[in-house]
Write a protein of this length. Structure first.
Lengths: 451, 482
């Protein structure tokens, strides 16, 4: 019987077309991912070159005062993108993967965005994760919606019942053949991706593969559950399609609407205002309190004083800049906390919905999620701080510009290691799938008995 | 074509569907979803409007309360401009979440517009947003297809089609009548949301300030009506042409997938590859390089500014800029600001043009894909499209330029030529000048401008509507009664 079912499957034109569509869509998505990775690499190379050039030019223009020079000089930090991000671009096309900052106040620089056509962001990428989350389930639905009903509607079901002692076994083989075919396409695509995008085969990639597999398993178990209801083909198709629309469109958008309404972020605006006033207002007030506050923040620089009676000194200038950050610190922290709350809420809510959970897990593995970006910003803060601490003494002692080896300031790189929480990643998908199978077992038991 | 027959057929479609409890459920679910989308969108809009109003007032207050100081310090203190939401934006979010909301405006420098909703969100946003526009453009068509796929095909399968046709009903009447019935079903979902949307619009205090929002809403309704009508006729046509109701359903769902999910994404990738746009780094480098070529106001030996200086010295017959009757460095900055703003504007315009070319690739697919036509048109009418954002950017840049130049003028006029630093007592002017600068008010695009921007979408909707009559007339020749 197995051989017969397999032959039947292989001969079906519709099913083979389905597999072909999946494969082609997958290949297109891999190409889009490759393109994205290449473009990112190109931007980094160009920036590395541009940074060197710009530093050299500024050193030439402002050779006298290191304080003035550092007003202009920018240092770049790259949020390294693993090649896996070609499979799940996530938020990488919205949040820049490279930031260049001067040692002046960071608040005015850290939220700068890249240039991007918003239409492009709105319509979104057709990356591999999109094909996996949207297209695979549809093909699975098309493969499985008439698992039993087709036999009933073609009149072969009574034949199956009378000839086979165990009709469920036949159904199991039928769905298994379909599963294996989709599974093979998935694995084939991932293997092509491995070589085409040069993804290292490590625990992270393995987690990526397992999550993808569990996601398609979930859809097969759902189709199995719907088959156990013994409804007719169009009802099955309706139920499955509605589940698809609900899981991939309505629920994620609903959770997002909820997040946005529960956690509005007015802190984004107040941070800007606080930091602007924190710095600019210092021009209008006596210099001593500003310098005193600076000394409070950095006791190690207490020996440097603002020369009395002078209108201007670089110590005072950078102390003012520092106040831009210090006075916005409270709001900036509240802002960051708010974003983390948003993140935590949606990923917790997402655990109950395989589509959301899979997408967020894949993004996290590919370091293209919000968490990665927030970590990058934190790294940017310490990068900026470290540059300040390095240059502050040189500025305050008026070290000659020529004493510094400016060539050594190339781009720096931040590489995050994705945290692998296997249970949290795989368990939600596994539990929902098991629930579907279990419920189907109950239903099959009842429905078969009734016959 | 007889009106009586049309009415009869469409009424029959309506009553036979509405009898079905699953139809009522679906209508209920869709209305519930739409109300949720409208209310949550509205709440978000009001929240945004209040936040923007609050912080705009604060920006203004802080600006006016700056003490006496050097005008150039004021030019660097700058302004923060916030993007206002159009009162109708709760109906269709469009690109609103992907474009920035706040921009810091200061002398010499064009900052990016930051804090888009997308930059504050994790991956969830990318599944799409739930707005009335999304439900009506994306989900309602699926429902129309689902209701319509078997309307002719099943009659054929049951043999009732032949009876109908032999009784003297023409194919045109049958298709149009069924389409009208299906259209009426779609209205049972569309009309309540329009009423709720209208009430919410009336309640919004900003709508009365922008009476054009009502006119825009009116055109929005017409566009959606056209869209639903097109889809209803298409569904019935496919049902009439298909071999079986099952194949009708499969092709309709296939069309839906291809046109709403695949084509938009693929066409935007094509657009991007045909018209590559620069990254921020490239853009800034290009602007900077051109500026250096034109003249660097910081470089004392720059030929452009040296020529300027020499001509001034000759005109006023003095031998040093300190002897000029006005503030020389303010004069130089005014010239520098003019040059840099012009250069930036030129590059920015070029960038926007590239973006529009990319978008036009997507926009032109509307002739194949009514979904794209309604999507763009609805976005534009709701004030959430790229042009609306671009207009805000231009207004903010104009304001920035005006601010910087006003401060330069003040410097030229009031600041002495011999002061060494901006902290000098002689270098300070009264704070009363600050309130002379008008506040930033984000104005919305005019209706005519909106129509101009969306000419392609409007034409394609009209072509689709008219084209359907030809399509019906053409395809009935090959239709079979059994």
């Amino acid at each position: 019987m197995e051989a017969l079912l397999l032959k039947n499957f292989l001969r079906s034109k519709g099913l083979m077309t389905g597999l072909l569509i999946l494969f082609v869509a997958g290949l297109i998505s891999l190409n889009i991912g490759k393109h994205f990775l290449d473009k990112n690499k190109e931007i980094i190379e160009k920036t590395a070159h541009y940074q060197q050039e710009s530093i050299a030019k500024n050193v030439e223009f402002h050779p006298k005062e290191i304080g003035l020079l550092l007003y202009y000089v920018r240092f770049g930090l790259v949020n390294e993108m693993p090649n896996l991000a070609g499979l799940a671009i996530g938020q990488r096309d919205i949040n820049p993967s490279l930031k260049s900052v001067t040692i002046r106040n960071l608040e005015e620089q850290k939220y700068a965005t890249d240039l991007m056509n918003p239409m492009y962001q709105m319509l979104g990428n057709m990356d591999f994760s999109f094909v996996l989350i949207y297209f695979f389930p549809l093909i699975i639905i098309a493969f499985c919606f008439n698992l039993i009903s087709e036999e009933k509607e073609e009149g072969t079901w009574s034949l199956v019942l009378s000839q086979s002692g165990n009709p469920i076994k036949m159904l199991r083989i039928k769905i298994l053949i379909r599963f294996v075919s989709v599974f093979l396409i998935l694995v084939l695509l991932l293997m092509i991706a491995k070589f085409y995008l040069a993804i290292p085969f490590d625990a992270v990639f393995l987690a990526f593969i397992l999550t993808s597999i569990l996601y398609i398993i979930f859809w097969f178990t759902l189709a199995w559950l719907v088959a156990s209801f013994h409804k007719n083909s169009s009802q099955n198709a309706l139920i499955l399609l509605l589940s698809w629309v609900t899981l991939t469109i309505v629920v994620p958008a609903g959770v997002n609407a909820l997040t946005v309404n529960l956690y509005p972020v007015p802190e984004a605006f107040s941070t800007v205002l606080e930091s602007r006033d924190g710095y600019h207002n210092k021009w209008d007030v006596p210099k001593e309190p500003t310098v005193a506050k600076f000394h409070q923040h950095y006791p190690q620089f207490s020996q440097f004083k603002h020369p009395e009676g002078k209108d201007y000194s670089w110590l005072w200038y950078y102390a003012m800049q520092q106040m831009g950050d210090d006075e916005a610190a409270k709001d900036a922290l509240a802002f960051k906390e708010k974003l983390k709350k948003r993140n935590a809420f949606s990923s917790t809510a997402g655990m109950f919905f395989p589509s959301i959970h899979a997408q967020l897990s894949l993004n996290a593995l590919s370091l293209s999620d919000m968490d990665n970006y927030l970590n990058f910003i934190e790294k940017l803060e310490s990068f900026h701080e470290q540059k300040r601490l390095y240059f502050y003494p040189k500025i305050f002692t008026e070290t000659a510009v020529s004493d510094e080896n400016w060539k050594k300031f190339g781009l720096e790189f931040y590489q995050e290691k994705p945290s692998l929480n296997w249970l949290k990643m795989l368990l939600p998908l596994l539990i929902i799938s098991i629930l579907c199978v279990f419920w189907a077992k109950l239903k099959f038991g009842k429905n078969m008995m009734a016959r | 074509m007889r009106n009586k027959i049309l009415k009869l057929i469409s009424k029959q479609v309506w009553t036979s569907k509405i009898k079905n409890s699953s139809t009522l459920w679906l209508i209920g679910i869709f209305n519930g979803l739409l109300f949720f989308a409208l209310f949550s969108g509205y709440k978000y809009l009001v929240n945004q409007q209040e936040t923007v109003e609050h912080y705009s007032l604060e920006v203004r207050e802080r600006w006016e309360n700056r003490p006496d100081k050097h005008p150039h310090r004021m030019a660097h203190y700058g302004y923060v401009a916030f993007r206002n939401r159009f009162p109708l934006s709760f109906f269709d979010f469009g690109m609103d979440s992907y474009v920035g909301n706040a921009v810091f405006l200061e002398a010499h420098k064009q900052n990016t517009v930051n804090f888009s909703e997308a930059s504050l969100s994790n991956g969830l946003l990318r599944f799409g947003e739930i707005s009335a526009g999304m439900i009506l453009q994306l989900l309602l068509p699926l429902l129309i297809f689902f209701w319509g796929f078997d309307m002719v095909a099943r009659e054929r399968e049951h043999g009732t089609l032949r009876i109908l046709l032999t009784q003297g009903v023409s194919w045109q009447e049958l298709i149009l009548g069924k389409s009208l019935g299906l259209f009426a079903l779609a209205l049972s979902i569309f009309v309540p949301s329009v009423i709720v949307g209208f009430i919410l619009l009336i309640f919004n205090e900003f709508a009365s300030e922008n009476p054009q929002s009502y006119i825009r809403f009116f055109f929005l309704i017409i566009s959606y009506l056209a869209y639903f009508f097109i889809l209803s006729v298409l569904a019935i046509l496919v049902s009439a042409k298909a071999k079986s109701s099952k194949s009708a359903l499969t092709s309709l769902i296939g069309f839906w997938l291809f046109f709403t999910l695949m084509l938009p994404k693929v066409s935007q990738v094509v657009g991007q590859n045909l018209f590559p746009s620069p990254s921020k780094i490239e853009f800034d480098t290009n602007v900077e390089q051109e500026l250096i070529r034109q003249g660097d106001s910081h470089n004392p030996n720059d030929p452009h500014f040296k020529a300027l200086k020499d001509s001034l010295l000759i005109a006023y017959n003095v031998d040093s800029t300190h002897k000029l009757p006005f503030n020389y460095s303010g004069y130089v900055m005014r010239e520098g600001e003019k040059l840099s703003a012009e250069t930036y504007k030129k590059h920015q315009a070029h960038l926007v043009e590239t973006y529009q070319k990319q978008q036009n690739v997507v926009r032109f697919t509307a002739f194949l894909n009514p979904y794209m036509a309604i999507k763009n048109l609805s976005m534009a009418l709701s004030g959430t499209d790229h042009s609306a954002y671009n207009d805000f950017q231009n207004q903010a840049e104009d304001f920035r330029y005006h601010l910087a130049q006003t401060m330069n003028e003040l410097q030229i006029k009031y600041i002495g030529n011999k002061v060494k630093t901006s902290a000098d007592k002689k270098a300070i002017i009264s704070k009363k000048h600050w309130s002379d600068l008008p506040d930033f008010h984000h104005q919305f695009l005019s209706l005519i401008q909106v129509f101009k921007n969306e000419v392609i979408s409007i034409i394609s909707l009209i072509v689709w509507t008219l084209g359907l009559f030809f399509l019906v007339n053409y395809s009935i020749k090959n239709l079979k009664a059994f």
